[in-house]
Design a binder for this molecule. Structure first.
Ligand code: AKG
Ligand code: FE2
Length: 357
């Protein structure tokens, strides 16, 4: 019983439901990284007000359109490391249903039932229902609960470890995983082509995809000005595909300013992750991003991560390295990269920056 009480207290949703006037001290961010510390200038320039990540229409990838899409992807990867894709082939009912089953698990299932899926708090990135991201106990905490699913390769996928309520939860997440895996491959192909590489180049360099899906749930927060839903980071793997609900809160760092990613219900956000920065020898950079909270509405996002296997060695692809363009990153064993990330914490992009030669 004491254990259940401890686990309940550790969930942000339980804290939020007790309606505290302030967040507990572990959730208060240092002043320099609070969401509104570099308060937006009183009269933002029109260019700033309009800043948004590019949106790329993937419809009709025949040769003519493919040239256009490839060029747009190249520009978005160079300038932002983040972009929306529309007409991506994943049915909108599946995006809606994935959001709905996630939101029903967090919103409708009683806490003791949710805790039956609690992830192992003593190690990082285990499957299940959790709240803490890092191993380090004294780090400032994110105002977020999550459910992490291991989905690909199929040998890692065991839907009996996922919620059984609502009744179609497992089937929806399995189908969602398959569709996102296919889209990730297609996008890595276009990203390779945008660099003049053979379509399969980056995908071959990654090897077999390890895919995890994290549903994040950000309860309303009494102090959005001093907390973060998710601290600033870049994702560790190759490519992340993210959908969010209509609340909004995802922000991407661009030219040292945080730009809010507007919620577009049928679009998918593509975030380049650290191994793609390494593989492209820094031509494309991973996107630094974070989630902010708000006082009135719970927010849900679903991030699908595509990573190399832990044993895979990652380095700049050989086609991009020459005497005139030497490698800019150390080779790294992906599993070592992940362990170090979870031990040290992301602090923006410190982990990938540490590999720069
Ligand atoms: O909630 C979001 O929009 C961001 C989630 C995210 O960055 C992550 O899970 O890595
Ligand atoms: Fe992320």
């Amino acid at each position: 019983m004491a254990e259940v009480e401890k686990a309940t207290a550790a969930r942000v949703q339980a804290i939020a439901q007790s309606n505290p006037p302030q967040v507990p001290p572990q959730y208060i961010q240092p002043p320099q990284i609070r969401p509104f510390c570099s308060s937006p200038s009183p009269s933002p320039s029109p260019a700033r007000a309009a800043a948004r990540i590019p949106a790329i229409d993937l419809s009709g990838l025949d040769p003519t359109h493919r040239d256009r899409v490839r060029a747009e992807i190249g520009r978005a990867c160079r300038d932002w490391g983040a972009f929306h894709v529309t007409n991506h082939g994943v049915p909108s009912w599946l995006l809606d249903r994935a959001r709905a089953v996630g939101s029903s698990f967090f919103g409708d299932v009683p806490m003791d039932e949710k805790l039956a899926y609690a992830c192992d708090p003593s190690s990082s990135a285990t499957e299940g229902y959790g709240s803490r991201m890092l191993e380090n106990d004294d780090s400032v905490l994110d105002w977020r609960d999550y459910f992490d699913h291991h989905t690909l390769p199929l040998s890692r996928r065991d839907p009996s470890r996922w919620p059984s309520s609502p009744p179609d939860y497992r089937q929806v997440m399995a189908e969602y995983s398959d569709r996102m895996g296919l889209l990730a491959k297609q996008l890595l192909g276009l990203i390779s082509e945008s660099l003049g590489l053979p379509t399969s180049c980056i995908e071959r360099w990654v090897g077999e995809f390890y895919q995890n899906i994290t549903i994040s749930y950000y309860p309303p927060c009494p102090q959005p000005d001093v907390t973060l839903g998710l601290q600033a980071h870049s994702d560790m793997g190759a490519i992340t595909l993210l959908i969010q609900d209509d609340v909004g809160g995802l922000q991407v760092l661009k030219d040292r300013e945080w730009i809010t990613v507007e919620p577009l219900s049928n679009a998918i956000v593509v975030l380049l992750a650290d191994q793609t920065e390494i593989m492209t020898n820094g031509i494309y950079r991973s996107a630094e991003h974070r989630a902010i909270t708000n006082a009135s509405r719970a927010r849900l996002s679903i991030a699908t991560f595509h990573d190399p296997s832990k044993a895979r060695k990652i380095s700049p692809v050989s086609e991009l390295v020459s005497d005139s363009s030497p490698p800019r990153y150390h080779e790294v064993v992906y599993g070592d990269y992940v362990s170090s990330w979870y031990t040290k914490g992301p602090e923006g992009k410190r982990n990938v920056d540490a590999l720069l030669l």
